[in-house]
Write a protein that binds this ligand. Sequence first.
Ligand SMILES: Nc1ncnc2c1ncn2[C@@H]1O[C@H](COP(=O)(O)OP(=O)(O)O)[C@@H](O)[C@H]1O
Ligand SMILES: [Mg+2]
Length: 255
Amino acid sequence: MGHVLQLKNVSKTFGEVAALHHVNFEVGANEIVGLLGDNGAGKSTLVKIITGYHHPDVGGELYWRGNRIDRLTVAKARDLGIEVVYQERALADKQTLWRNIFMGRELSNRFGALDVNAMRRETKKLMRTVMGFTSAAVTSESVVKTFSGGERQGVAITRALYFEAELVILDEPTMGLSLSETKKCLDFVTGIKKAGKAAIFIDHNIFHVYPVVDRIVVLDRGTVAGQFMKNELTLQELTERLYLVAQTGHLEKAK
Ligand SMILES: Nc1ncnc2c1ncn2[C@@H]1O[C@H](COP(=O)(O)OP(=O)(O)O)[C@@H](O)[C@H]1O
Ligand SMILES: [Mg+2]
């Protein structure tokens, strides 16, 4: 299985603060990677490097499908198919569902005018196939303001998938969601896997991360404390190891 993304020896310092320190990190094709770590571990900084928002310090290398990317920009990352779904993602509250799906990337007809019918039609299709919106109260004309947190996440993830994201990054998507909304959000992550795409799933709660990922990477104060395939560890073992990380900075017991 080839990698979609590889970071080699990536460091990022902000003045005195080493947010990331010699990080090696990769995401396989159609792999869902869980990224765990306490506040300040460097998770969001890593995301910002992958999305071209920050550039790594000299010596860090970034590869997309095996090709070295010299200087990744936000536009370039998007071109490659790297899409972030932020927890606080700003949907346009007063706009309809279909407008939110196509915001900034509207479909137009061959005369260059907005193709409203096509956007409505596509939205209805996405609702059935991807979003799995079952509530009869939700239609393509519904105003997003009335949506639950989970439904809003669904809109954001659907948007990413529709626009051919190859790698979807979710930075703490379940924060502030209710139990049932969280379930829905986790279903969407599973949907990314089914769609044949890759994802990086960041969440504080290992009970959210564990069921939906293939591999787990633990960051601790800017370094990779350890990583393992999910099927190498039970949830119980993972929980115990994470306590160890908090104490020692390493995933493994000292031998
Ligand atoms: N733009 C910035 N300027 C200065 N320090 C930053 C900046 N972004 C992040 N940091 C620092 O880098 C460290 C890692 O932050 P962050 O990547 O947001 O961690 P996480 O997402 O794991 O909570 C923290 O100490 C944070 O204060
Ligand atoms: Mg963060």
